[in-house]
Design a protein around this ligand. Structure first.
Ligand code: UDX
Ligand code: ADP
Length: 495
């Protein structure tokens, strides 16, 4: 961290030389832009926040009682601020024109075409935003890159802006990556571990960093605000997600060893996490990580390393995503193996489709991969998730990425709103998301309406497996092998 710059910024904040940000605009009303700007509006009643999006449907939802994303605490924040100093609209031009500071929070998916296909980040949405800003902006604007983007993306934004600058218009581009995790977004925004602000190393750049710092100062203590170079800021975001994903892949790799040797991955994770240098967070073995960031950012890191001829670095991070693929496939194969090597025409009740609990988001959800594998083998799936909409599940499982036979898949999937109905006549229950409500179900009642032997595959390690075995379920979970004696109890000596 550059202490000189930080001191300089703090001084300028108190010297009265600031431009005073009164209007903030955010382009992109998604999982990042929506919650982030809602919290800014909530914590900064003196700032007017205008969130815009090209999608009319999305904005309509932000202005309704049913917000487009499910996030604990978000409804309350939006209700308090909407119409006061928080506004949602499709009027991108007006919002950009009025704003002193513009966040770009549009999606940056992996490219699905051309050079870097499947790995490089697709910057077309970011580029369109930069061109739009250049087209309509007046006066001085601070443009803040908030989407996860490859290193040096801020440079591309600056390039587009400066190549199209009109007289009387000037820009400063900052990087301010978002570290919110879905399901805990409001908590993460209100009490962040740190806020990164990357800017150009010039007086103008430092002044812009000072303006954004001032916004965060409304609720974030100074020691948590880290200022650094734009490139370091961008790379820190990719590196943080890569490190987190690596922890999940590491414990998942150990889970395979546990299953093969009889060790229990929960015990191993506990023991390993007790080392204060390692720490206990993010050591929950699972069916694999999902979400819009981990896979995309890892592949992006791999692509950047390859482009820089750093092959060993690329191969190192590639392994983290390969291990994730291995874990998902391994779990699906284990289900098939346990069900006497065939799931054709068998009914499996799937609990959970979101990539983690407390969100309705299914992007890169391990559920999509496990379900697709089972569908490929001819299984009928009764799917229940407390928050994911029916259409989302259907479109995820019938998309070109998931299957080459969408009509066949459509016939094999049934979406339920009641988990007890989903298990009726099912051969097995498969848990793919760690929703708390799954722990509260009456599994005795479920067992009574299932086909026997009834199987339960816990891909999230959330249930009490001994109790399930005692009830009579043949139970399988990640990173633990039940002894033959335990399983004999569940089958009444029939193994
Ligand atoms: C992540 C980062 O945490 C966040 O900082 C960044 O801004 C965006 O990407 P998110 O993807 O929303 O956030 O959720 P996260 O809690 O990180 O979980 C990602 C995936 O890893 C989920 O599928 C989760 O179930 C899985 N996971 C997480 C595990 O399997 N085990 C763990 O111990 C932790
Ligand atoms: P993230 O998880 O990064 O927030 P989302 O897909 O949830 O991604 O949200 C991104 C939002 O950005 C979408 O609502 C999309 O309509 C919007 N968007 C993408 N490109 C533009 C653009 N050029 N102008 C305005 N909005 C855009």
């Amino acid at each position: 961290m550059n202490v000189f710059r930080l001191t300089h910024i703090t001084t300028s904040l108190h010297s009265g030389s600031r431009m005073v940000v009164k209007n903030v605009c955010c382009i992109g009303a998604g999982y990042v832009g929506g919650p982030t700007c809602s919290v800014i509006a909530w914590k900064c009643p003196d700032i007017r926040v205008h969130v815009v999006d090209k999608s009319q449907a999305r904005i309509k939802q932000w202005n309704s009682d049913k917000l487009p994303i499910y996030e604990p605490g978000l409804d309350e924040v939006v209700k308090e601020c909407r119409g006061r100093n928080l506004f949602f609209s499709n009027d991108i031009d007006q919002a950009v024109r009025e704003a002193d500071l513009i966040f770009i929070s549009v999606n940056t998916p992996s490219k699905t075409y051309g050079i870097g296909k499947g790995r490089a980040a697709d910057l077309k949405h970011i580029e369109l935003c930069a061109r739009k800003i250049a087209e309509v902006a007046e006066g001085h604007k601070i443009v803040v890159e908030k989407s996860t983007v490859p290193v040096r993306a801020a440079e591309s934004i600056s390039h587009i802006l400066s190549a199209n600058t009109k007289p009387g218009v000037s820009y400063q581009v900052l990087s301010n990556p978002e570290f919110l995790a879905e399901g805990t977004a409001i908590e993460n925004l209100v009490n962040p571990d740190r806020v990164l602000i990357g800017g150009e190393e010039s007086a103008e750049g430092e002044a812009a960093v000072g303006e954004l710092t001032w916004i965060y100062h409304h609720w974030v203590p100074q020691h948590k605000i880290i200022t650094l170079s734009t490139w370091s800021s961008e790379l820190s975001k990719l590196a943080s997600n890569a490190f987190l994903a690596q922890r999940v892949s590491s414990i998942n790799a150990i889970s395979a060893l546990c299953e093969a040797t009889g060790a229990d991955v929960s015990q191993v994770a506990y023991a390993v996490g007790k080392d204060s240098r390692i720490g206990s967070k993010f050591l929950q073995a699972s069916v694999g990580f999902g979400g819009s960031c981990f896979q995309k950012d890892l592949l992006n890191l791999v692509y950047i390393a390859e482009c820089l001829n750093l092959h060993e670095v690329a191969m190192y991070w590639q392994q983290v995503t390969d291990m994730n693929e291995y874990q998902r496939t391994r779990f699906a194969k284990r289900i098939i193996g346990c069900l006497f090597n065939t799931v054709t025409d068998k009914t499996l009740a799937v609990f959970g489709f979101a990539f983690k609990k407390n969100t309705g988001d299914t992007r890169e959800s391990p559920a999509i991969f496990v379900c697709s594998h089972l569908l490929e083998e001819g299984a009928r799936l009764n799917i229940y998730d407390p928050k994911v909409e029916r259409q989302q599940i259907e479109s995820d499982l019938t998309s070109a990425r998931a299957t080459s036979e969408p009509e066949r898949v459509e016939k094999l999937i049934h979406i339920y709103t009641d988990p007890y109905q989903a298990v009726t006549d099912a051969h097995a229950i498969v848990i793919l998301t760690e929703w708390d409500e799954f722990k509260t179900y009456d599994y005795k009642k479920m067992l009574s309406v299932m086909k026997k032997p009834a199987f339960l595959f816990d891909g999230r390690k959330i249930l009490d497996h001994e109790s399930l075995i005692n009830l009579g379920f043949h139970t399988e979970t990640i990173g633990k092998r039940f002894t033959r004696n335990t399983l004999l109890r569940s089958s009444g000596g029939d193994l």
